[in-house]
Unconditional design. Sequence first.
Length: 367
Amino acid sequence: MIDIKIYGTGTPSYQLAKTKVLERLSGAGLEYHLEEITKITDIMHDNIESVPALKVNDKLLFEIKPNGSYNRSLREAIQNILKIDNYGKMTKILVPTDFSEASYNAYNFANHLAKDIEGVLLLTHIYYPTSTDVNQFVVINEEAEKIHREKLEKFVQSVNQDWIGNFVTEPLIEGVFKVGFPRMELTEMSKEPNTIMVMGTTGSGDTFKKVFGSLSMDMIDNSYCPLFLVPPGAAYSKIEEIVYLSEDLKNDSLHLLYAGRLCVKTGADFRLVHFRNKTNDDYDVADTIKIMESYFPEVKYHIEIIDTQDLFSGIENLVTENNNNLVVLSTKHRNIFKNLFHKSVTEFAALHATSPLLILSDKTVEI
């Protein structure tokens, strides 16, 4: 239970602070007790120098100072309140960054996605020390670590400039700095409840790892949370259609439900693309849509059936047709993955892909 005291005299700035704090707490599903302190004598008794002001668990988090920024101060106070309980039920959007153009592209996608799903952005930089001593043990270079930490702080500060004038609707942003092996650190972070990961992909090279990035490839195999891959050509626009690729619908129930919930949150249509072969030819695709409709009646549904022999070209078209789609893949569909990650497809996708990919695996928890 979070104990909140809000001090003020009913002015518009007081009402705004109260409204926005309660909206964020309710959206995060956090329990709280609110006490409004409006009498001047009570405000002075608690040593409050200016109003509106906020105390949370008897700690002063928000108070307008002369020449202070109301928007910035209130936003920081709200974020500090939510951090008390790790942002509650809000979706934590983990965005690894190495300060490259690809990682900034991922941030841009994640920033817009956060508005649709009420998420908080965790801009994460993992510093991997490469220096070793004579015994080949890793040596932490404190000066290099400081430089990397400051880079992250500057990056977070620069993207925060986007919301100074509109703090109410812009997502909350937190910088996370870690020292260690990126794959191991991100794998552990992906196990946290209510987490998704958004990663940028590179656009050069002639192998999968160079095209999609070695760390992105590692996280496809190791992430415990839904993983969004954002290619260079995927400039964000509102997601109009979530395209789910499948070749075995009988085992896709959890992933289908996650895609359906995402459709509700983003207002997107749902398109089921089923790759038909001899073993699944008799499975009724329409039944799957009926089940989806029973869970998410507000979503518009579309069905597309593609014969297996057209799998290669079908995938190529889906990832390049337009950037208003989000293509969803389950790692259990090995035949789809084998074709998607075929060398010629990845090279083509790196140059021309406009649709981000959402990867769901059997490891994915709490979706």
